[in-house]
Design a protein around this ligand. Structure first.
Ligand code: GAP
Length: 499
């Protein structure tokens, strides 16, 4: 399935639409439909549970989208957050330069300088629709706006959630009584005025991020006390050195990668493995994942070292999540610009230190959404229609309830009672229209793991049929046991174990 087919599927089933499509949409903006909003919320809840609620060393925040513009001066975004843009001489059509070069010449162009791009355009006589290009220019990706009825009061829509975390570092550390090492996490909207948004949700202008800044003592940047928890995690990887040598990805355990100095920081290795396993535990196809180290030309202005978690999309290996070691760049910058101290008082040494962000797992919600859909989509099942094999944690609806016949009020009444029994426990879809086979198919296509059918026997003996989406296996159970059965299933029991 290619990305256009995925976009069509998402629209047809109510996952995602082009924004305000009746007006022709707006490039790079999307509206999530009834199923999309559920799936997206489930992805965010699963991330928050793993990264915040299940840990004692991470606290969460929810920062504002527009903040004091000095934040973006300090972070370097005002000066550096730009992409190179090529503009045609006559029609002034604009394209993102690195993508254009990659598409035309099939060479990696991320991180190329303006000079390199200009040289390649000249050398290969590159044109767009027969038109020549002007010299390449920088284009800042931040959306600018005014605050209040005052022109010239410039502010920006945040291009990443990370920068709401650093200015609050001291407050969060004190309020949550955090001791190093600890993290601050956030989920929220980010906006980038991408020159060429494309590939559906992969590169949009409004998207969401799930980010975590993990702070450690400057003397402890290489020692991670949790490394043993992930040492056996097996990953595919391609280091910067392997890319220079044009080598393909290899696979190895985290322990092996550290031993061979392929990943040099235990902390970065720990977070790479943790993020890899987050996807694995939610049913992603891990054969399509790899860790890729940034080569020197593509590293961000703040990064000491960066590895991406990549996914093999239908348009090739692409960044799914970035995991940068940001050093003390951000706290230092915000401390210097605000003239407010952001250091941490180390009780043991009685010294003030500026912590380092050894890892910043930064995951786009919309890209994770795409990955889970691609991996769940199964049109090869012998049923003759698509089955969306989403992990139960992510499925928009966990249970569907069907009265066998919609024209029998006694069945509809009983099915409504079953719906009301379960709706406080989980998301339940009530469907009483159409032939039962068609209703099963509709739920399979949107990924509902369990179907419960109320038939004439139900009225006699109080039992219902429970159907498993993935195997179509059916079992009979008592209505009185349904809450317990659904609870067991949601807690991870297999279909065969629920009775
Ligand atoms: N704070 C670091 C940071 O923002 P990034 O690599 O620019 O790093 C992190 O972005 C993640 O945000 C990406 O790996 C991707 O998942 C998501 N992301 C970035 N730009 C995006 C866009 N235009 N559309 C959708 N997701 C995007």
């Amino acid at each position: 399935m290619n990305i256009e087919e995925m976009a069509a599927f998402c629209k047809r089933k109510g996952f995602v639409y082009p924004a305000a499509e009746i007006y022709g949409g707006l490039a790079g903006f999307f509206d999530y439909g009834p199923l999309g909003v559920e799936l997206k919320n489930n992805i965010k809840s699963a991330w928050w549970k793993t990264h915040v609620h299940n840990r004692t060393d991470v606290a969460g925040i929810d920062g504002s989208i527009i903040t004091n513009p000095q934040v973006w001066v300090a972070s370097g975004h005002v000066a550096n957050f730009s992409d190179l843009m090529l503009t045609t001489k006559k029609s002034k059509t604009k394209v993102r330069a690195d993508q254009f070069i990659e598409d035309q010449l099939k060479v990696p162009a991320d991180g190329m300088s303006a000079e390199e791009i200009n040289n390649l355009v000249k050398e290969h006589k590159l044109k767009l629709n027969g038109e020549d290009f002007e010299e390449v220019k920088d284009f800042n990706l931040m959306f600018e706006t005014n605050v209040g009825p005052v022109s010239g009061s410039s502010a920006y829509l945040r291009p990443e959630t990370a920068q709401s975390i650093f200015p609050n570092f001291r407050l969060v550390q004190e309020n949550a009584r955090m001791k190093l090492p600890f993290g601050i996490a956030q989920i929220g909207k980010a906006f980038r005025n991408e020159i060429s948004p494309r590939d559906f949700l992969f590169r949009c202008r409004e998207f969401e991020q799930m980010e975590l800044e993990y702070f450690v003592h400057p003397n402890e940047v290489n020692k991670c006390p949790y490394i043993n928890e992930v040492k056996d995690v097996k990953v595919q990887y391609v280091s910067a050195y392997m890319q220079e040598k044009d080598e393909k990805e290899k696979s190895g355990t985290i322990a092996e990668l550290l031993k061979q100095n392929i990943i040099t920081s235990e902390w970065q290795a720990y977070w790479l493995a943790t993020e890899h396993e987050w996807f694995a535990n939610l049913g992603a196809n891990m054969k399509k994942f790899r860790l890729r180290q940034h080569v020197s030309t593509e590293k961000s202005h703040y990064a000491v070292d960066t590895w991406d978690l990549e996914y093999n999309f239908p348009f090739g290996w692409k960044e799914l999540q970035g995991i940068a070691n940001r050093g003390d760049y951000d706290l230092k910058q915000h401390q210097e610009t605000s003239k407010k101290e952001l250091s941490y008082f180390d009780q043991e040494s009685k010294e003030k230190v500026l912590p380092h962000v050894v890892a910043e797992p930064s995951q786009g919600v919309d890209r994770a959404f795409l990955v889970f859909l691609f991996d769940a989509y199964d049109d090869k099942d012998k049923r003759g229609f698509t089955v969306l094999k989403l992990h139960r944690t992510l499925a928009p609806y966990k249970v569907a309830v069907f009265p066998l016949l919609s024209n029998k009020p006694e069945l509809v009444k009983k099915a409504t009672e079953v719906f009301e029994t379960l709706r406080d426990q989980t998301t339940v879809f009530f469907d009483k229209t159409g032939a039962i086979g068609r209703r099963y198919a509709r739920q399979d296509e949107i990924g509902t793991p369990l179907g419960i059918t109320i038939d004439f026997d139900t009225l006699e003996d109080g039992t219902v049929t429970i159907r498993d989406r993935d195997t179509t296996k059916q079992v009979r159970a008592k209505i009185d046991d349904l809450q317990m059965i659904v609870m067991k299933y949601l807690q991870g029991a297999s279909f065969d174990e629920i009775l």
